[in-house]
Write a protein that binds this ligand. Sequence first.
Ligand code: SF4
Length: 232
Amino acid sequence: METICHLHSIYRGTEGEGINIGMPQVFVRFQGCNIGCLNCDSMETWDFEAPMKLSVSQVFEEIRKEGLIHRVSITGGDPLHPKHVPSVLELAKFLKEHHFEMNLEASGTRIVDEIFDLVDFISFDCKTPSTGVKTPEKLLLKLDEQYANKSQIKSVIADEKDFKYVKDLKENLEESGKLMTPWVLTPCFNTGDQFNPELSQMIFELNYQAGSPFRVIGQQHKFIYGSKELRI
Ligand code: SF4
């Protein structure tokens, strides 16, 4: 029996954030997340009742309909929730066999080695105090040890407290050696908000003062399409 993927949507778009910003790709968005970030911009993906239930081969057909794009972003929701892991793994194997490049959006709450080994790039969240969620330090160290050559750590920064948290955390993690994984800060841009240039300027300034340990990259898709647009 084929594994069924429980999905929110599949659509063509351009990576809007992080160090692969601007890359055309097909987003495969899994439905269901119970992590509960306070500033989540995808709350419509929390419910585990999926509007699309497709086999892996049907997902592949949908990806092919989006044209000549050979890069897929596996995202959510939380694609690494245990309910999704078997279908994400099967999809990743299938895409690998068909020579597709894969990006994985990981929520920072778990590492699934079988999936991490297969994908080409991992964007791994390090949650900040404004999210109300904490990313275990041991996961960041494991990511850095095993996957630094194909990962980024990504933190949403809503205020100075968030910046201080990631700065101190990075320094603590580097006590026994420099982290090799690039760490990207994303100025918070909540759904329905207007772009806040002062927040980005403050983060740039704090980063200069700290010795520039981070890259600061905004969410391009929200400047272009608006913060309420779900398709990016
Ligand atoms: S992990 Fe992602 S989808 Fe889940 S609550 Fe946090 S931001 Fe939203």
